[in-house]
Design a protein around this ligand. Structure first.
Ligand code: FAD
Ligand code: DHB
Length: 388
């Protein structure tokens, strides 16, 4: 089999790339190692920047997002027992964010791909990439009981943090920046009314908590826990009482439909390209979830990659492919900074002394009272402008 762009991974990055290339008449094959049910059921991100919504709209895959997504114009920051509203739209000249489950966006993208009749291969095993520094890289895997090979002009590594693309790059060709945080998030999805119409980010002496949602009847709640915490130690009662204590206000409980623990890390691999392999999304970088940026950053990478590939396949040369990594990393590092900043500001560190605790509370208090500081938060939270 032969294609122009071999795409490894059917997460938001790979599926969006496939759709945007299709709209530009560029061929691709998407190779995914999990089942359709698995990727459509994986509960993860939920918050889309304004630019992400615009990108999905331009890609023609946002009809349901516009019908069912919840547009948010503000959020609440809670610390010292009080909540402070941040008016995102007023601070950013009218921008907003939208709550729409990542798995819903993935379902919409899978449906668009299948409707186009173009290849999206689930449950491929033993996926490997070869000859990355040649003009004819190729992908091998086993699918439907047979060994397969796809010859490509370009391979897009959209296979997430644990994928095979980044490790296929010779170690000496990459510089890795990595930070693991000394805490994790326990996340639940519950059939209960959200505690307020907007998200609540809470800093409490015992740890961070976040109240978000998926609809007016489904709540998504997170609380800071230990990185090696065992879910068995978290009874439903303990989860609800911890959330109530940290979030304040009235929090209705309900049946817990899903729970899981997510580790927190900041990670960047530079450059995001090796020969004809281009990394996009979590394959190249991870942010701690506090700033809600992972999926948005994946979408931003794809925009840059599409522009570069469009020029390349139109015979306009490799200049934009050559600048792909630098263009992406410019945003990646700004988003890393914001995600790190939100994380360290709102979480409890066991090794912080009373001085550091007071400095953080002072920073939050300053933030809540300063239009300049709130504007900085708001412009990062709704999404920095794209490079083009
Ligand atoms: P992925 O979604 O990881 O997709 C990679 C795909 O590649 C997967 O389908 C995987 O099965 C496949 N794959 C892996 N290995 C192979 C292989 N060898 N061969 C073939 N296929 C392979 N981000 C936000 O923007 N906003 C949020 O609010 C937010 N909240 C989050 C909350 C939690 C609890 C978590 C865990 C994450 C959150 N994120 C958030 C991050 C976001 O989910 C990720 O950044 C996003 O999924 C990245 O998309 P991706 O396509 O790059 O990678
Ligand atoms: C969600 C997750 C986040 O990490 C965040 O900062 C905001 C919202 C969510 O799952 O809805």
């Amino acid at each position: 089999m032969r294609t122009q762009v071999g795409i490894i991974g059917a997460g938001p990055a790979g599926l969006l790339l496939a759709q945007m290339l299709h709209l530009r008449g560029i061929d691709s094959v998407v190779v995914e190692d999990r089942s359709r049910e698995h990727i459509e059921g994986r509960i993860r991100a939920g918050l889309l920047e304004q630019g992400s919504v615009d990108t999905l709209t331009e890609a023609g895959i946002a009809d349901r997002l516009h019908r069912e997504g919840l547009v948010h114009h503000g959020l609440a920051l809670r610390f010292g027992g009080r909540s402070h509203r941040v008016d995102l739209s007023e601070l950013t000249g009218g921008k907003a964010v939208t709550i729409y489950g990542q798995q819903e966006a993935v379902k919409d993208m899978v449906a668009a791909r299948l409707a186009s009749g173009l290849p999206l291969l689930f449950e491929a095993t033993g996926v490997a990439v070869h000859d990355l520094d040649s003009a004819r890289p190729y992908i091998t895997f086993r699918y439907d009981g047979r060994d397969r090979r796809i010859d490509c002009d370009v391979i897009a590594g959209c296979d997430g943090f644990h994928g095979i693309c980044r490790p296929s790059i010779p170690a000496g060709a990459l510089t890795i920046f990595d930070r693991v945080y000394p805490f994790a998030w326990l996340g639940i999805l519950s059939r209960s009314r959200p505690m307020s119409e907007e998200l609540v980010y809470a800093r409490h002496a015992d740890g961070f908590a976040l109240a978000t949602m998926r609809s007016t009847t489904l709540s998504r709640l997170y609380l800071q826990c230990a990185p090696d915490d065992d879910l068995a130690r978290w009874s439903d009662d303990r989860i609800w009482s911890t959330l109530r204590e940290r979030l304040g206000g009235t929090l209705e409980d309900g049946p817990i439909l899903q729970k899981g623990v997510t580790a927190m890390r900041s990670f960047v691999a530079e450059p995001m390209r090796f020969g004809r392999l281009f990394l996009a999304g979590d394959a190249a970088h991870i942010v701690p979830p506090t700033g809600a940026k992972g999926m948005n950053l994946a979408i931003a990478d794809v925009r840059v990659l599409v522009r570069a590939l469009e020029a390349f396949f139109a015979g306009k040369g490799e200049a934009l492919m050559d600048s792909y990594s630098a263009t992406c990393l410019d945003r990646v590092w700004k988003v890393q900074r914001f995600s790190w900043w939100m994380t360290q500001l709102l979480h409890r560190y066991d090794d912080h002394d009373a001085f550091e605790e007071r400095v953080r509370l002072a920073e939050l208090d300053y933030l809540a009272g300063s239009r300049a500081a709130l504007t900085t938060l708001a412009e990062n939270y709704v999404g920095l402008p794209y490079a083009f």
